[in-house]
Design a protein around this ligand. Structure first.
Ligand code: HEC
Ligand code: HEC
Length: 165
């Protein structure tokens, strides 16, 4: 082997080594490396909602706590769907019947004392005003949820809209 082709061989080897190094770095960045480098910090322990339950078994359902009825809650911004201040257990919304409208429709609200549904709920997505609740507002619980006095899981600096402070 003459010195010229030997130099070429060395250059080729250097290129291969560089490429392999780059791939390794990429794999580590994407978490593909088999053994993550211990960088001083303790390993993160992951705990899923299933806990240690094997995949072929189910956890026992956690009891759902329904909030007791109370006065309507303050809103945090005017466009907010108000939280539901009463229990909705067994209130069904089906194709033929909407239990919420049994109290919240304009007609029924006189007797039930419930807040009338908003007039915005009669507008379809093309801005057309309808003579009954708009299909896009039919499934009330898509937007309105019962309130529970749950403490925030993480701290936040959210402030009520200035117009409502
Ligand atoms: C048996 C009658 C009844 C039924 C059924 C009912 N509600 Fe109510 N709802 C009320 C009453 C009464 C209030 C409280 C009004 C008040 O105290 O000012 C209320 C309050 C609310 C409020 C709060 C309004 C506000 O201004 O803060 C929301 C939202 C609401 N209900 C949503 C629903 C939804 C969604 C359903 C169906 C899953 C439903 N309600 C079913 C009677 C009812
Ligand atoms: C796509 C979301 C959405 C759906 C679905 C929806 N709402 Fe609302 N609702 C809102 C928002 C947002 C507001 C507050 C702004 C407004 O008035 O439009 C509101 C306001 C209200 C209010 C308060 C009205 C007032 O004058 O203060 C009541 C009561 C209400 N909704 C009941 C219902 C009921 C009952 C249903 C089902 C028939 C329903 N909503 C479906 C989003 C929704």
């Amino acid at each position: 082997m003459n010195s010229r082709s030997f130099r070429h061989l060395l250059q080729d080897l250097a290129r291969v080594a560089l490429a392999a190094g780059l791939i390794l770095v990429g794999a580590q960045q994407h978490g593909l490396a088999a053994e993550p480098q211990a960088s001083g910090s303790a390993p993160v322990k992951m705990q899923g909602l299933r806990g240690g339950t094997p995949l072929d078994q189910d956890n026992a359902p956690t009891p759902i706590r329904q909030e007791r009825d109370h006065a309507p809650s303050d809103r945090d911004f005017v466009q907010q769907p108000p939280l539901i201040p009463h229990t909705i257990s067994s209130y069904q919304i089906t194709k033929n019947y909407n239990k919420c409208m049994d109290c919240h429709s304009f007609q029924k609200s006189k007797d039930s004392g419930a807040t009338k549904v908003s007039v915005t709920h009669f507008r379809n997505r093309d801005g057309q005003e309808l003579d009954n609740i708009s299909p896009r507002r039919y499934f009330c619980t898509q937007c309105h949820v019962p309130q529970t006095d749950a403490k925030p899981l993480v701290g936040n600096t959210f402030q009520r809209a200035r117009g409502l402070q």
